[in-house]
Design a protein around this ligand. Sequence first.
Ligand code: ADP
Ligand code: MG
Length: 476
Amino acid sequence: MEWETVIGLEVHAQLATKSKIFSGASTQFGELPNTTACAIDLGFPGVLPVLNLEAVVMAIKFGLGIEATIPHQSVFARKNYFYPDLPKGYQISQFELPVVKRGFIDIVLDKDTTKRINITRAHLEEDAGKSLHENWSAQTGIDLNRAGIPLLEIVSEPEMRSSKEAVAYLKAIHTLVRYLDICDGNMQEGSFRCDANVSVRPRGQTAFGTRTELKNINSFRYVERAIQVEVERQINLLEEGGKIIQETRLYDPDKNETRTMRAKEEANDYRYFPDPDLLPLVITDEWIASIRQTLPELPQQKLKRLIDQYGLSAYDATILTSSKEMAAFYETAVSASNQPKLAANWIISELLGALNKANLDITTSPVSALELGKLVSYIADNILSGKLAKIVLEALWEKEGDIDTIIAKRGLKQITDTATIEKMVDDLIVAHPEQVAAYRAGKEKLFGFFVGQAMKSSNGAINPEQLNQILKQKLA
Ligand code: ADP
Ligand code: MG
C-alpha cells in the first residue's frame, strides 16, 4: 500500500519586545535564574497584567505578512493547568478569538514548484518558566525568567505532505519573522521552536489518519529527521495491523527515534475561559493601516522583484532572499558587477558552500559583497577564468589582500592573447604525437585530453573558449 504523509505545524515565535507581555520585567536572555521575573510573572495574589502594546503591534505585523484577517476584537483566555513552572496555575493565551486569523505563506520546493500553505491562526500568549534538571540531584530547579515572555503561536493547516515541505514551511516562517523584526529566530535559545503534528493515510483516502504531536523541536534538521522517523514508525505499526494512538511524543536526536511523552488520556482539560483581568483587545482599521506603512519589503515581494528584475529562478531567488542580510549582500554584489546571474551563481555555489563548511553565515563572511561583485565582474570581462576566480576567492577568504594584489602576486591573469595560446597549443601538439594521430584518426574523445593538458600547463589560466577554438583549428 502507498502511504501519504500529512503534517501540520505549530510554531512558537518569541516576540522581540524589551519587556514581557503582561509586565515590565526584562526579556533579556541568559540572566541569572529568577532575576528577570517580577511579581506579575510569579503570579502573586492581587497583581494585574497589563498588555504590552509592542507585542500586539508585532502580531499585527505578522498578520499583514501572511495576508491574514485581523479581527477588530480578540480575547485573552486562561488556559488552566498545574505545573511547577507555572505559578499562577494558568497560562494567558488566546483561544476562540485569536489576534490573527486565516492567512497563507508560499513555499518554494525545488527549481519550479511552489506551494501555498494556509495558516489557520496566530495568537498571542505568555511563555511559562523552565524546570532545570541538570546540576540538581533528586531536586528540580525552577527558573521563572521565561515566564511572561511574549509568544506568537502560529498554527498551520494540515497541508504539508512531506518532511521536506514541513522544513520549507518552517524556513519560510522563520525568514518572515526575521524580515519583520518581530523575532530574532534564534533556535538554540528557543526563541523559535515548533511542534509537528504528523499522521499518515492510504494514498487516495480523504479522511485524515490519527495524528501524533512531536514537541519542541529546535532545529531545521531535527524537524526533518523527527518527522521522517515518526512517519516510518506509524507506517510500520499500521502495516503490522497496529493502531496509532493520539499522543504527544518526544524526538530523541541521539537515538533518532520518537517516544511517548504523554497519551491523550492524560491530556489536560484546560477549561479555557476569558481572562477577567484583561479587556478584549480592540484593533481598528486605522491602526492596522498605520502599521502597514511601517512594513519593510517582505520576503515574497523581494523574491518576486529579484525574479523580475534579475531574471533569477524562483529557487535561486529563494536562497538569496532567505534573510535581509543575504539579499543585501547579493544586491551589493550585483551593483558592483552588473552581473545578476553570475553573481547569484557564485554566491550560491561557491560562497555559501564555503561559509557553510566553516560554520559561518553571510553576516560573518570573510569575503565582502563588494569583493565578490568585483570578482564576478572580472570573470565576465574575461580577466579571470572560473578556475582562476576560485583561486582568487580562496585567497580573498584568507585575507591575502585585494583582488588586484592577489592576481598580481600570484600571476593569475587569464591568458587571452591569441598568439600566446597558439604557441602553447603548437607545443602540445609536438609533445603528444600519438594522441594527435589518434584524434585525427577519429578518436574525438581525446579533445578533452588536450584541453586538460593545456589547462594543466597554464594553471588553468587560458581562456577556455579561445583554447577550444584554437585547439579545434590546429588539431583538424
Ligand atoms: P491541538 O489544539 O490539539 O493542538 P489543533 O486542531 O489546533 O489541535 O491542531 C493542531 C495542529 O495539528 C494544526 O497545525 C493542524 O494542522 C494539525 N493537524 C490536525 N489534524 C491533523 C492530522 N490528522 N494530521 C496531521 N496534522 C494534523
Ligand atoms: Mg497542539
